[in-house]
Write a protein that binds this ligand. Sequence first.
Ligand code: HPA
Length: 271
Amino acid sequence: MIQQLQESAAYIQAHTEGFAPEFGIILGTGLGALVKEIEIKYSLSYADIPHFPVSTVESHSGRLILGTLAGRNVIVMQGRFHYYEGYTMNQVVFPVRVMKLLNVKKLFVSNAAGGLNPQFNTTDLMVITDHINLQPSNPLIGKNIDELGPRFPDMSDVYDEHMIRQAMVIAEDADFDLREGVYASVPGPMLETKAEYNYIARIGADAVGMSTVPEVIAARHMGMPVFGISVITDMGTPDRIKKVVLKDILDAAAVAEPRLAMLIRELVRQQ
Ligand code: HPA
């Protein structure tokens, strides 16, 4: 595994003239527009990078983008890998581990999620303050890769407090309500039943989605500070459950996208 990670990292370095990314960004469903804010220096197709999984979801394009955002060097995953696509957890988190080998200092993750907190509305942004892993596995199962991190990594403070506070101030200055809450990750790909939405809300989640937690676990295993944010694309509270169609999720994500792009840009600027 380490050797594969090193070969991927070496390929990326060789094809980007030694460009040194400081921050990693993973863009979720329909949130690709942050890319427009980036001064792109290099764009690599996942298919060309040795050992990289290849994205299969239509709404995700599989490219690794290296460039500058607010004057800082970033590496951006345009399209991520989901457990429900059939990848192993190690494949899902492979690019995050490669980022670490490229010396990336902090990780920013976004996703689309169903809202469970009755105070939320579709198109809201929610800063992730903690998570609940409801996926049937995680990327640390199996022999520990000691070069990456410890066997039993702490998970008591997963999401960086300082960046959460910075995000709240940025939102306040820009005059929009930024929610905070707990993100539960389910395997998918089916959406939740009414009973499942109810259950996930009762165990303490404010939002539910099908990604993010594996990558965050891998990042924290390696000691990388993480900032996570969800776009609430539909509501799973008992009185507001509607039949979810992908188009509605993408439309809601598109409404939130400019705010999300601004937030990540300003947050990166402040690191
Ligand atoms: N549930 C799970 N994943 C999701 C949802 C949801 O309601 N909305 C967007 N991703």
